[in-house]
Design a protein around this ligand. Sequence first.
Ligand code: ASP
Length: 587
Amino acid sequence: MKTMYRSHTCGELSIAQINNEVTLSGWVQGIRDKGFMIYIDLRDRYGITQLYFDEENTPKNIMAQAQKLGREFVIQVRGIVVERASKNPNIPTGEVEVLVKELTVLNKALVPPFTIEDKTDGGEDIRMKYRYLDIRRNPVKNSLMFRHKVAMEVRKFLSDEGFIEVETPYLIKSTPEGARDFVVPSRMNEGQFYALPQSPQTFKQLLMVGGMDKYFQIVKCFRDEDLRADRQPEFTQIDCEMAFVEQEDILNVFENLTKYLLKEIKGVSIDSFPRMTYDDAMRKYGNDKPDIRFGMEFGELNSFAQHKDFGIFNESELVVGIAVPNGAEYTRKEIDALVDWVRRPQVGAKGMVYVRYNQDGTFKSSVDKFYDQDDLAKWATATNAKPGDLICVLSGETNKTRTQLSALRMELATRLGLRNPEVFAPLWVVDFPLLELDEETGHYHAMHHPFTSPKPGQLQLLDTDPGAVKANAYDLVLNGNEIGGGSIRIHDKDIQATMFKHLGFTLEEAKAQFGFLMDAFQYGAPPHGGLAFGLDRLVAILGGQETIRDFIAFPKNNSGRDVMIDAPAFIDDNQLKELHLKLDLKA
Ligand code: ASP
């Protein structure tokens, strides 16, 4: 688009425009002042164009003006496109430069606190404080553009499939998704608070009752959780819901969406996604979001390792191992370091038994006193170990041991370079338990959320063995990350009431919090279900990066702060008063 500020962008000019007069605007990336000639790199979102000034061709006053420019000044120039004497093959505009005739300084700039280049000298904190400068850098700018592209493709696919994007409110009442709510005090309703949505869950279900049939929304969600690395208190979901569908229909639609994205964005074709039950995922990978780009599957060793003289294994609920490719070569020191690694408090294993599976087919283990070669051969078969591998074995309480071994598996895979970000291995994990026992309180809570439907025929089990009830709930997992999750919902008022009862709500509490939903179920709620993708993470994985922060324009730091605008912040007394709030900071 031509404007008075520019006829072209800084990424556009080539030999095709030689001798044309052009107008460009942008930021001064760098200046090389040789006295009688000056080169300036002019940058905008689209690229960099070299500007050229020399004593012979450039008016004196402009030459003098150019000499006074500083980094990040915003300037406009008019000039002629000429072929460069020494070309730069590394940038698209590298064959030409603009011989400047006119120069206007549109705005001056202070010296930026870090260099605005692909590799910057600015640390994370300073870049976040001046995020608007960070966004001028290619890595951040490209990530934001990449995110836009993914979002556009999502909208295109879903829209073509007949989904309608509907906005749902942000000022609502608590929706339990397992986190604390962010709340907003109401000025007009003294003592009352809105909650920001942890997700649009109840609204999208009400849209189904409203007959909207196929809904989606790229939407902000808010969860006041203790911040773990790479979590944001506000994040974006691709939230979806469909009516008159069963689980299979949903898996198909969203498998197709994911395939479409992998194809359009990464050029990767994947035929169909494997499906794994939650129980299998836990058994084989110790994790409900297994990274299946590599093997190292768990081998359970109870039947081979127990009932010998090794007390630690005999007392363990689970004895389980993995085979580390080529690990038999590890030195004693390296293995000791692994043992230390699993014993760190973050992992929490008590110790680790290991077996070297030598190239000559013999075994050498840390428990040779208790197990002979035949025993160890059985361990090797169970863990699928090959000669040259190292078998690492953990033991203890089932869930904990699985989590610990999963952590070790992921760590070793990272060290061994088995987690290639350009390889994509999606899968569905299905048949999640409906309820999860909270070890601290001894109460069950919904593993997904309270609106998730138990598997047909399992409702009765709720009374006798609640932990065994499976749900029509599923997660989409990509490269060891949960990128989406959802369920078939309860659409019957009585079943929903039963569910609330099992989750420890009294009838009154359930009515007060979710009466609107149960009321709606009485006016013809269709069978429905859906899921939500985490857009930030999806984009990061497709972009081959580990951190979601790079793909968020203005992210919060690990303490949930926006260090640029300095939020959260105190508000003044008048504002508190209007909101009928009183602070008691000592409490
Ligand atoms: N609302 C759910 C979530 O945020 C997704 C779903 O069940 O559709 O995880």
